[in-house]
Design a binder for this molecule. Structure first.
Ligand code: FPP
Length: 229
């Protein structure tokens, strides 16, 4: 059957805090383990022929967390950018950030822009949502849309104003840790996405669970609003 291939996988990496608690570790250790899980998942995606992986790393609401946790997460991101540069370039992985990047420190913004520039044109793209909220993205896109002219295809013109311009919509959205919510993630882009929810905590997301998500997707009939033949 057609329509079974995943071009774009998106993940709500949830459960780092609970994983840390379970292992009697500080929350940041959970986020560090989460970053390692992301690293593994990125490579499984590449092997599976997926072209885009988008991960929800920091939401517009996450600024409300403790100062220490926010600072720790920012440090982790900065570390990830520096530590992964060579590997991303070597493996043809493009890095791209969506969200309110102006909310981030000028230093982190510079590091992000430099990595985006250096990894441009890779055949696999890692999209990291940072200070990201779907509603916020839509509202910013609406302001941009109102300012610029557009042709007859309004949806296409609007999509080109989103942070994800040029990125196909996600085919499958995975959320770990047993929560059954979208939490302001890719609201516009998720219109026809399939969902896969698992109780596994993000740092424990392994190849078996990845394969389960892919198989589950491949068994679904994607009607995209149309009728099945
Ligand atoms: C949700 O778990 C996870 C986050 C808010 C942060 C996700 C960040 C990473 C996986 C690592 C950093 C990413 C990169 C790109 C290096 P939670 O803290 O809400 O977990 P809980 O619900 O169990 O408390």
């Amino acid at each position: 059957m057609e329509n079974r291939k995943i071009e774009h996988l998106a993940v709500i990496m949830d459960g780092n805090g609970r994983w840390a608690k379970k292992h009697h570790l500080p929350r940041l250790a959970g986020h560090r383990a989460g970053a390692e899980s992301l690293d593994r998942t990125m490579h499984w995606c590449k092997e599976a022929g997926i072209s885009y992986l988008t991960v929800y790393a920091f939401s517009t609401e996450n600024w409300k967390r403790s100062k220490g946790e926010v600072a720790g997460l920012m440090k982790l991101l900065s570390h990830f950018i520096k530590a992964k540069e060579k590997e991303l370039i070597k493996n043809g992985i493009a890095f791209r950030v969506i969200g309110r990047r102006e909310d981030l420190s000028p230093k982190l913004q510079k590091e992000i822009a430099a990595l985006e520039e250096k990894t441009k044109g890779g055949d696999f793209t890692l999209v990291v949502a940072l200070s990201y909220g779907g509603r916020d993205e839509i509202v910013r896109a609406a302001a941009k849309f109102a300012e610029q002219g557009h042709g007859d295809n309004l949806e296409e013109a609007f999509a080109s104003c989103l942070d994800t311009a040029g990125i196909p919509d996600p085919d499958l959205i995975v959320r770990t840790s047993g929560e059954l919510r979208i939490s302001n993630f890719l609201l516009w882009q998720a219109a026809y996405a399939e969902f896969y929810f698992t109780d596994v905590l993000w740092p424990d997301f392994d190849k078996a669970e990845f394969d389960k998500a892919i198989v589950s997707f491949s068994k679904r009939e994607r009607r995209m609003g149309g009728r099945l033949k």
